[in-house]
Design a binder for this molecule. Structure first.
Ligand code: SF4
Ligand code: SF4
Ligand code: SF4
Length: 305
């Protein structure tokens, strides 16, 4: 079994998450050989004949796109590894700025730029937007998470390598969270730094914007267990993916309105910075942008001018 891991626009954290399996890597290497991974080894190009290819990061420039197409051609099975690959992830937030602004921030207005202001000409051009990899080539499987969590990788990787069928949870973060729904009075939206949430009751009920109801689980509700609201790093829940009329924003507004017995219009007025609070991991996904009620189209147009 030949395995390859390609890196596109991301932080390499997904590959590091695989390395974080520690001794279990040795077991996996009894059945598989890693033939290409720019983070782990000094190999410049993926070889032909890859059995299972993983892609991490989204597509944000033409080099990313070429690399994605190459590994697709050379892999029998291709898997999007991590939320950047699946939905654009954090890299997708670049769509809130114009390509010119990004270029200036990264290459021009930095202390290390030479006085002559000459920019290298071999920097790959940006694509006109961020793309989740499945928006450009056919993917066989998706493993979400920023990065995918250790307990989940431990379940899925041996099964993938051995070709075994594996029954996996399809639940949302809320379904994995054991906080109690308490009575909700005088609800108002709180910033994360306001006060300390009570550790027993639902964070959303306490006014903290917890995206658990609209987020795919498989992390064991890791953040609510540490008293931190979920910010949606596993991407949208299955019901949102399946139903064209369901979107992260409208489902959250509906959920808060149900909890608090307040009109949806009132809730909408309290929500702030929708791009970073509702879509920090999905703004680069065409599947999410194309939803009937998606706010992504307005946000991107508004911010990039
Ligand atoms: S999904 Fe998260 S950990 Fe993985 S490459 Fe993207 S930002 Fe990094
Ligand atoms: S909204 Fe958050 S805190 Fe409340 S049940 Fe869902 S995951 Fe738990
Ligand atoms: S609780 Fe939410 S933010 Fe935290 S790991 Fe799970 S999906 Fe990600």
């Amino acid at each position: 079994m030949k395995i390859a891991i390609e890196e596109l626009a991301g932080c390499s954290g997904c590959t590091i998450a695989v390395l974080d399996l520690h001794e279990m890597i040795l077991d996996l290497l009894n059945d598989a050989e890693i033939v290409y991974s720019p983070v782990i080894m000094d190999v410049k190009e993926p070889p032909e004949g890859i059995d299972v290819g993983f892609v991490t990061g989204c597509v944000r420039n033409e080099e990313n796109q070429e690399r994605l197409e190459k590994i697709r051609k050379r892999s029998k099975i291709l898997i999007a590894l991590g939320t950047c690959a699946c939905y654009g992830g954090i890299s997708g937030l670049s769509m809130l700025s114009s390509n010119e602004e990004i270029f200036n921030t990264v290459y021009r207005n930095v202390d290390t730029v030479k006085d002559d202001g000459i920019i290298p000409t071999d920097v790959p051009p940006f694509t006109y937007r961020a793309f989740a990899v499945g928006d450009l080539v056919k993917m066989d499987y998706y493993i979400t998470g920023c990065p995918p969590k250790e307990q989940f990788l431990k379940q899925i990787l041996p099964a993938l390598i051995k070709g075994d069928q594996k029954e996996l949870s399809r639940k949302s973060v809320c379904s994995e969270c054991d906080r109690k729904m308490g009575s909700v009075e005088n609800w108002h939206l709180k910033r994360r730094y306001e006060g300390e949430p009570d550790r027993e009751h639902c964070l959303l009920g306490q006014g903290y914007l917890c995206l658990g109801p609209v987020t795919f689980g498989r992390c064991g509700a890791a953040c609510p267990k540490k008293n931190i609201p979920c910010h949606g790093c596993n991407g949208p829940s299955l019901d949102i993916l399946r139903e064209p009329c369901r979107d992260i924003y409208n489902m959250m507004v509906r959920r808060i309105a149900d909890l608090t017995d307040r009109p949806q219009k009132e809730i909408e007025k309290e929500l702030y910075d929708v791009a970073h609070t509702m879509y920090p991991f999905t703004i680069g996904s065409l599947i999410m942008e194309d939803k009937e009620n998606s706010k992504i189209r307005d946000l991107v147009k508004e911010r990039s001018g």
